[in-house]
Design a protein around this ligand. Structure first.
Ligand code: PMP
Length: 374
């Protein structure tokens, strides 16, 4: 229904309007995730009859929208989360931005918002990061968090296919997720609320998937657990955590064989880019005589039973914010499953290995499959 004559997203049409009042940069130790933003933002408007308009980079400022805009009433909103890193040579790098763009387009398609040429948006984000380069902090664990967002902006309370949309990108300098090194987290295996279901949209990065998860998280917190581990179905399969995918490592006590497991992409979990990177690195770099790397269904009861047998080696979450996040305890059925950690440490050996492998790629200390883009 969108004719070929509508304009594609085109980075060469970019207009830049620089700020006249640059903000002071915060020292690294004062950076709080998503609290301070850079001087500029990128915006691009879309209209069904004309297509994508000229992209603009302009001073960071509020948006002016009609109160009847569909984003406020029917949840026409999706977003991405990605980062730019400053390498040892002061070059700025993005980690697998093409994957974020693929995922963003899938999210857009799912809620009938316009799709776009991934490479054009990567170029535009590159321009924004370049202009605000002074905000990209230096140091291991420091980065610029990039938040591309797409909303439906039609004014009017009728619900239907959006005919107007706004894409915008804002950036926030951030520090290491755990400022004092890894801190293992506690999860509550949750079957009293469901994050996503087959045929739903839990695999898309829609704002609508996040707000309903805050109340269960408060409930878990009231019992002393930091995050929900979302279970699914009568089998109580483990799916993912608050904003991370989840991995388990086991060692079979009979065969001695080790297994790295995460839930399969069956439509109910977010297609995490860190998850994909861990699977790829695991398959490439772990000794295949020792390890099997599997995407398969895994019930919380299997985790509990194998923990009791001493077969559970490690458990960690994966996501852009923390890379990997070691798990030490999972509350389930009124009991705690304990996850082993290295003696005196907050992590296991494999968790640490993946953290090192991935951050070496993010900070350009090493190259792998062109994942890091200067
Ligand atoms: N699951 C959910 C629900 C998330 O919000 C995120 C963060 N984007 C992830 C998993 C991890 O995805 P990624 O590795 O791409 O950050």
């Amino acid at each position: 229904f969108r004719t070929m004559s509508t304009a594609p997203l085109d980075a060469s049409k970019l207009k830049i309007n620089k700020t006249a009042s640059p903000k002071a940069k915060l020292p690294n130790e004062q950076l709080v995730f998503g609290k301070s933003f850079t001087d500029h933002m990128l915006t691009v408007d879309w209209d069904a009859t004309t297509g994508w308009g000229a992209p603009e980079i302009k001073p960071y400022a509020g948006l002016c929208l009609d109160p009847s805009s569909i984003v406020f009433h029917y949840g026409f909103e999706l977003f991405e989360g990605m980062k730019a890193y400053r390498d040892a040579n002061n070059k700025l790098r993005m980690f697998r931005p093409d994957m974020n763009m693929i995922r963003m387009n899938k999210s857009a398609e799912r809620i009938a918002l316009p799709t776009f040429d991934s490479e054009e948006l990567i170029k535009l984000i590159g321009k924004l990061v370049e202009l605000d380069a002074d905000f990209v902090p230096q140091g291991e664990g420091y980065s610029l968090y990039i938040r591309p967002t797409l909303i439906g902006t039609d004014a009017g309370l009728g619900i239907g296919t959006p005919s107007q949309a706004k894409l915008f990108v804002i950036c926030s300098p951030v520090g290491p997720y755990y400022s004092t090194g890894f801190k293992a987290v506690t999860l509550e295996a949750t079957n009293y609320a469901t994050r996503a279901w087959p045929g739903g949209c839990g695999n898309r990065k829609l704002g609508a998937n996040y707000a309903p998860c805050v109340l269960p998280q408060k409930q878990a917190a009231s019992r002393g657990y930091q995050q929900n581990l979302w279970l699914f179905g009568p089998e109580n399969y483990v799916t993912e955590v608050g904003s991370m995918n989840l991995f388990f490592a086991f060692k079979d006590s009979k065969t001695g064989k080790k297994e790295l497991v995460t839930a399969p992409l069956d439509g109910t979990i977010l297609e995490g880019i860190t998850r994909d990177s861990i699977l790829a690195l695991g398959r490439e770099r772990l000794d295949s005589n020792e390890w099997e790397v599997n995407e398969r269904y895994l019930s919380i009861d299997e985790v509990a039973e194998r923990a009791l047998k001493g077969e559970l080696l490690e458990c960690f979450g994966s996501g852009t914010a923390a890379v990997v996040s070691p798990v030490k305890t999972i509350g389930w059925n009124g009991k705690d499953i304990s996850v082993p950690l290295l003696e005196g440490k907050q992590y296991g050996a494999l968790t640490k290995q993946f953290q090192e492998w991935i951050s070496a790629l993010q900070y350009g200390k090493e190259e792998f499959k062109n994942w890091s883009r200067v």
